[in-house]
Ligand binder design. Structure first.
Ligand SMILES: [Zn+2]
Length: 147
């Protein structure tokens, strides 16, 4: 593993540790876990019930994503993995920066969630992935219709 790849995991490790504690407790009590592109995804079980009660579909903590179900993690993968990249960039600073971005949006009379800078970045990653998917589908259908 080269040093930059190693740092990608060390820098956000405190946040990942919180995710591992919550995810590990979830797996010990019935949740499922899988590793996708270096990210541990945990779904179902008691953590999902708590998130459902709180209105949270998925949450990223470093290199751990907790979600209500595997299907929702599949649907939200690009968005949540964008948050993983944000953790890799900002490390422990991500928590206070995220809260500051929410506070800033709220002070401007906007949604503390959907107008948060980091959420907008993650949504932009989702939109870019959808455009790539649409282009691939269009070129696939052109290829399949050509002789
Ligand atoms: Zn998000």
């Amino acid at each position: 593993m080269n040093p930059s790849r190693w740092l990608r995991f060390v820098w956000p490790a405190p946040a990942s540790a919180v995710g591992l504690v919550l995810g590990g407790a979830g797996v010990a009590t019935g949740a499922s876990a899988r590793c996708v592109d270096g990210v541990l995804e945990v779904s179902g079980g008691p953590p999902a019930r708590v998130m459902r009660a709180m209105g949270i579909v998925a949450i990223t903590l470093g290199h751990v994503v907790l979600g209500q179900s595997a299907a929702e993690l599949d649907a939200l993968r690009v968005h949540e993995h964008a948050h993983v990249r944000q953790y890799e960039r900002w490390g422990l600073l991500f928590f206070p920066l995220y809260l500051a971005a929410s506070l800033l949006a709220w002070c401007q009379g906007q949604s503390a969630y959907s107008h948060n800078h980091f959420e907008r970045q993650a949504c932009a990653a989702e939109a870019a992935a959808r455009r790539r998917c649409a282009r691939t589908s269009a070129s696939d259908s052109l290829r399949s219709s050509s002789p």
